[in-house]
Design a protein around this ligand. Sequence first.
Ligand code: FEO
Ligand code: CA
Ligand code: CA
Ligand code: CA
Length: 650
Amino acid sequence: MTDRHFMDEPGNLSDSRNPHIQDVIARRFSRRSLLTSLVAAGAVAGLGAAFPLRDALAQGGSTLAFKSLALKIDETHHVPEGYKADLVIGWGDPVAKGAKPLDLANQTAASQAGQFGYNCDFIAFMPLPMGSANSEHGLLFVNHEYTNGEMMHPGVKSASENRAKADKAWTEVEMAAHGGAVVEVKKEGGAWKYVADSRFNRRITGTTEMAISGPAAGTDRLKTSVDPSGKRILGMLNNCGGGTTPWGTVLTCEENFNGYFGGDAAKTGKEAANHKRYGIPAMERSWYGWARNHDRFNIEKEPNEPNRFGWIVEIDPYDPGFQPVKRTALGRFKHEAATTVVNKDGRVVVYTGDDEAGDYVYKFVTRGIYNAQNRAANFGLLDEGTLYAAKFTDEGAVEWIALEHGQGKLTAENGFASQADVLIEARRAADVVGATRMDRPEDVEFNPVNGRVHVMLTNNSGRGEKVPLDNANPRAKNSYGHIIEIIPPGSEKGEPDHAALKATWEMFVLAGNPAEAAHGAMYHKDQAETGVWFAAPDNVAFDPQGRIYVLTDQGSAQKRNKIPDGVFVADSEGPAKGLFKLLFACPIDAEMCGGAFTPDGKTLFLSVQHPGEGTNFDSPNTRWPDFKAGQPPRPAVVAVHRPDGKEIGA
Ligand code: FEO
Ligand code: CA
Ligand code: CA
Ligand code: CA
């Protein structure tokens, strides 16, 4: 989701939070060394900005053989020579059995609930048959993060007009366009297509009934007037990032759930501070008409309903009848990503981040161990274990601090009566234990080749003012974002211990234009002379060789930066570590999401989210991907591959 969506959201940073590690003295990146790198970047730019990538790099340095796209924004997408992008499925395409095709003039909740939803985001590719490494046939699980009503139907000029005009029936269309989709896909005759009548195909929406498990399930703070059990929840909302498990399920992450609710937090009694910390807006600032039209989104009527959102949801895409489960042991916040690693001792580690300016990076470590022989035995694995928040010291250490009730300050005296309270208010628990406030943690993913964990920190214009500087977040008014590598102990021996309580960290990239000294960018020393740069790293993926694919989301800053959002690729090791090329450019005002490789590394599935955002149905600035008169753009999934059959990137 872009920043634009947050423009009229009240700030929800509490000023009473942790004193910052700015005050810790010995700096990993001293001001002096940062300045040196700025000067160096400017100097290189001054000498060589107009020259193409040097031959030496093209020949020997980088393992990337394709020619980078130019940084140009237009109404369509682009791939390099020798690559193609197949349109796989887009908003409104029939998914479930018997679903109708999209009828723009007659959209109903019932028709939308059978069709591919809006704003595709995270993608998982799950091979068919299950457990195989088939790279030409499988299931896609795709998130539908949010809706742009002003792009979906005529006569509405803007998001705020959509909110003001939405009646009950329209809000139900929007709810049906949220959630996720399971879609069977196949590569046939050299092109990827979805299978329209597959028995696996399924839509999950903002009203699908789901279960909830783990320490917070069934506790009082999850009970509502329609669900006195606190265990039966309708829908998942704002599912953005995600991950897959080794047992073949999907973890899909609820992110900005706050904006669907509305009301005066002060009138919600003991939930008031909680709602404020998570940014539940006043009724008139609610992002949609839902809270006005449906009591469950009105916090004054149902103060506990927001506590039922902001979780990681587990779904088995291979079982069309599987009831999704919200796993509370992984904590409640604006989850971005759920990257799963089986640790060397068999425990499962899930890395996740909280996408808010000044919030935290987390990991969860299961108590039990993964059972490779018995798939069913793993389905409760994520219900018991320890959630940790990360502290990044200025000296380059990472300390993982357990969020366990009864330990340290996580006691009744501080308002945590149980582990359920710690998990429901995971943000406040992390505040209390002194985790490091980060520049909007987005995707967190581990590199399968070197075991390092990469954290995308997308931007934070309030850094240096609302949140003090530190070495892990070193730029004031961080407009461009950065990427940190967490190095678990044992990585150098090829045996990373992801469950360890300590690790180290290094800065991988400070994004921005390395040819503009004022940006304070830091890349490979030769990046500036290529002319390629990016801003707002959001999603990340690794190919089987360990190359890093950074997917960007500049939001409204795309206009200022004048570069497209897309996929920027670099080697993650070796002489060309951090030397990026542009592999895929999005159409105008779209954000790049997804980033799922087939096991052979030959296909990369991408979500083109909200093309044309900021315009409207009646006068869009692109009609991607159909380019049909009178029809708005459609968010859609594309499959990038090479007709010569070789791996992406190579
Ligand atoms: Fe939905 Fe944090 O991106
Ligand atoms: Ca995003
Ligand atoms: Ca990812
Ligand atoms: Ca983003």
